[in-house]
Write a protein that binds this ligand. Structure first.
Ligand code: PHE
Length: 413
């Protein structure tokens, strides 16, 4: 597809038919905004680290290039899982990719022998373009493994956690079904699995209360409402998603579960240990806590954004200005090859970078006689930092047309 090989940290990754990474994405590697002093993403990270306390080892320096084995196989992903597709993930070549989640490091970290840890990192996914999606975002993975000899202490810890939750204004609804579809693992000691499962629940409810319990929207409006629902992840069972009621809507905060023993065993953890893991999106939480309306702002170097935040405190973002947007359509006939919408979105990112707010597919049809397919997209350009001139937008949009022709051999209409 004409994309060149990549050199990163002095390693050359030769291109092959899997290569779909572009410079607009690569330019984010090493920005490390999740480690940047006074940055909202870093503030959320340290709030969570503080909540869990020093017994959870923070891990923050793992580079984003991983193997598909780490990202998928070690976590029991089936071979035909959609997440593996190059249309959904960024590949340097068939052997190397940008991690799509921090879970990619679970096996490796457990193998290093750390029993309780919190890992934060940048992750990469090919996705749509709008105010809450950016191809680079940040996750925090938390995990814990418990030995049989620690189970009685865990029982006490669970009682204490349950008591402190009972004393605060939180209402937890558990609509998960645990059973045939979302079972405990048959090889676990049932008592131990339940203790670890309860510990996961209490720990995460406590964390969620620590983050959201003080939100102005909940003050005087009754308890913070949290909901646990069934989920499926190949490397956990039972698995859950946890949601928080925010402004009348259920907001998905994290995925989690009891570690599949096959994955833990791969880390050389003894067979009678039981573990839990969770993964959450830091942007999603920061957008709610700081009231940040567009995910692109987290990448801004504008002092008017950055200077509003300071470590250890959660303050509401005051928009400095909303600059005008400009929407333009691009429509084209496809050539010989099928074009995934994520391929189009990547070209838009390549051309417009942080100046694109949203891309919507507005039309798609196949001509009944010629069999040719047509697509149309509406691209909304807007800078977070200034007013774009008409000329600038025209140049971007013309470039987009040219790049689409070059990349996919389409014919503009
Ligand atoms: N990695 C999962 C995601 O990105 C979240 C998760 C982490 C689920 C750990 C279970 C255990 O959605």
């Amino acid at each position: 597809n004409g994309i060149e090989g990549v050199t990163y940290n002095n390693v050359f990754y030769p291109p092959d038919e899997y290569t779909n990474i572009r410079s607009s994405i690569l330019s984010h590697l090493g920005r490390n905004i999740y480690l940047q002093k006074d940055h909202p993403i870093a503030i959320v990270r340290s709030l969570i680290e503080k909540h869990f306390g020093s017994s959870f080892v923070p891990i923050t320096a793992l580079p984003p290039i991983v193997s598909p084995q780490q990202n998928f196989d070690e976590l029991e992903f089936p071979l035909d899982h959609p997440g593996r597709r190059p249309s959904d993930s960024y590949y340097l070549n068939k052997d190397w990719m940008l991690r799509t989640h921090t879970s990619a490091h679970e096996v490796q970290v457990f193998r290093s022998g750390i029993p309780k840890w919190l890992l934060s990192a940048d992750v990469y996914r090919r996705d749509e373009i709008d105010r809450s999606h950016y191809p680079v975002f940040h996750q925090m993975e938390g995990a814990r493994v418990v030995e049989p000899s620690e189970m009685e202490d865990l029982r006490k810890e669970n009682d204490e956690l349950a008591q402190s939750l009972a004393a605060v204004n939180i209402q937890v609804e558990d609509v998960s079904t645990i059973g045939e579809k979302n079972p405990y693992q048959p090889w676990h000691n049932p008592d131990h699995a339940k203790l670890v499962n309860d510990n996961l629940k209490h720990s995460l409810n406590g964390m969620i209360y620590a983050l959201f319990g003080g939100l102005a929207t909940h003050k005087g409006k009754g308890p913070l409402q949290v909901r646990w629902i069934d989920a499926y992840f190949p490397w956990t069972s039972p698995s859950y998603e946890v949601e928080v009621l925010f402004d009348g809507k259920w907001l998905e905060i994290l995925g989690c579960g009891v570690m599949q023993q096959a994955a833990l065993t791969r880390s050389s953890v003894p067979k009678d240990n039981v573990g839990w893991a969770f993964g959450l999106g830091l942007e999603r939480i920061a957008m709610v806590l700081f009231q940040v309306p567009d995910i692109r702002l987290f990448w801004s170097k504008d002092a008017r954004f950055l200077e509003q935040f300071s470590d250890g405190t959660v303050t509401q973002f005051k928009p400095f200005s909303k600059y005008p947007s400009s929407s333009k359509d691009v429509s084209f006939w496809l050539g010989e090859r099928e074009v995934h919408e994520n391929d189009v979105y990547d070209i838009v990112r390549e051309v417009a970078g942080g100046l694109v707010e949203e891309v919507k597919e507005v039309d798609r049809f196949t001509h009944p006689k010629t069999g040719k397919s047509s697509r149309a997209y509406r691209v909304t350009y807007r800078s977070m930092e200034r007013t774009l001139t008409g000329e600038e937008v025209n140049t971007l949009h013309n470039d987009l047309g040219l790049k689409l022709i070059e990349a996919f051999n389409v014919q503009l209409r």
